[in-house]
Design a protein around this ligand. Structure first.
Ligand SMILES: *Cc1c(COP(=O)(O)O)cnc(C)c1O
Length: 384
């Protein structure tokens, strides 16, 4: 890619964001609705913390939007993953299958439990867990004993699979779900990046026993910090609510707790922001999909590969991504764009390359390695 082409790309991005000079970030939050009004309501009523009406409303809004029967808000997406894994029965020295292309939160949550991650490759087009490679691995390396999936190499139980819908692009989740049930492992979707993304008309995060969302500041919508567990299982949802709210037994004045709980609840203040953001979400998704279309058309003319959703999917295009020729080209693209005030980022360092996870079992990760050398995220904020 010539410097000329990179200059063209910079010019295009500046035009799209109507920002002829100055910094353009990768993804910044938008507060275009009732955010201030709801926050003021919290402050005026003193209900800023663990009690207040916005938490219930936010949970109902997210359940309604995603089509999940239940939603439980948490303090962030990492906490949501931590609890979802516990609720799936993952214990110390169990194993959880993950993709090497993800944000550190997925791996941290597994480690908090003392469980081990096993890395299976992604597909190049979705950048998310590959069902074919997952099935290959399970077929060759596991046996089912007493209804449990045992890893023949490590002698440990594989309890869960946690695919992640990378940058909002839906994974081949239907296939993944059917493989999980065939091999008796629980499916938890890390849908932190994919609110508003659908696979064959069904919202991501609703294909497994649980899905987890994040409302961190860089996500499609934000509560400052926040997360959510979605599920169709009523008893499970009740248990999640209980354990994330210090496991306190409901009583007017007594403080009694029936198990070790977690203070993972979302404050009402953050939920107020979430309620306002949920009102804006459909418009934001439309806006982001229009931007992706513009990028797709532009990049098709420059001969640069722009990553698009599978034909039967609808991506929220949280972060738009292009594929460059090789590591050198990627690095010069990153240097020139960032030097010119356009924020671009490579994909995360692959998880098994990090010190803490380098001894985890891993299969051939050729697609992840290929993508890590080539993929760059480009500015993706909602255009005002
Ligand atoms: C953002 C994110 C999370 C959750 O992060 P929090 O900052 O804890 O909300 C989890 N997984 C992935 C893939 C993410 O991108």
């Amino acid at each position: 890619m010539s410097t000329e082409v990179i200059k063209d790309i910079i010019h295009f991005i500046r035009e799209v964001y109507n920002t002829p000079s100055g910094f353009i970030s990768l993804h910044e939050p938008r507060f275009t609705g009732n955010e201030k009004k709801y926050l003021l309501e919290c402050i005026d009523s003193t209900m800023v913390s663990s009690v207040g009406k916005f938490v219930d409303r936010f949970e109902a809004d997210v359940a309604g939007y995603t089509g999940a029967k239940y939603a439980v808000a948490t303090v962030n997406g990492t906490a949501a993953l931590h609890i979802a894994l516990m609720m799936a029965g993952v214990e110390r020295d169990d194993e959880v299958i993950v993709q090497p292309v993800t944000f550190i939160a997925t791996l941290n949550a597994i480690s908090y439990i003392g469980a081990h991650s096993v890395f299976i490759d992604v597909d190049r087009d979705t950048m998310s867990l590959s069902p074919d490679k997952l099935e290959d691995f399970l077929k060759k390396n596991t046996e089912i004993r007493d209804g449990k999936c045992l890893n023949k190499t490590t002698k440990r139980a594989i309890k869960a699979v946690v695919p992640m819908h990378t940058f909002g692009l839906p994974a081949r989740i239907e296939q993944i779900a059917s493989i999980c049930s065939k091999y008796h492992v629980t499916l938890i979707e890390d849908a932190a990046e994919s609110i508003g993304s659908y696979y064959k008309g069904k919202h991501t995060g609703t294909f497994g026993l649980m899905g987890t969302l994040s409302f961190n500041g860089n996500k499609t919508i934000t509560t400052g910090g926040g997360g959510m567990i979605i599920t169709d299982d009523e008893a499970l949802a009740k248990k999640i609510k209980h354990i994330t709210t210090t496991a306190k037994i409901l009583h007017k004045w007594e403080y009694k707790h029936d198990m070790i709980g977690y203070n993972y609840r979302l404050p009402n203040l953050n939920a107020a922001l979430g309620c306002a953001q949920m009102e804006s979400l459909p418009g934001y998704i439309e806006n982001k999909r229009k931007l992706a279309k513009k990028y797709e058309e532009f990049f098709s003319k420059t001969g640069v590969k722009f990553i698009t959703e599978l034909s039967d999917c609808r991506s929220n295009y949280w972060l738009n991504a292009i594929v460059l020729d090789d590591l050198n080209q990627r690095n010069s693209f990153l240097t020139i764009t960032n030097e010119n005030g356009i924020m671009t980022r490579p994909i995360w360092e692959l998880m098994p390359r990090l010190e803490m996870f380098k001894n985890c079992q891993k299969e051939n990760l050729e697609n992840a390695e290929w993508l890590a050398d080539r993929v760059v995220n480009i500015p993706s904020s909602v255009i005002l």
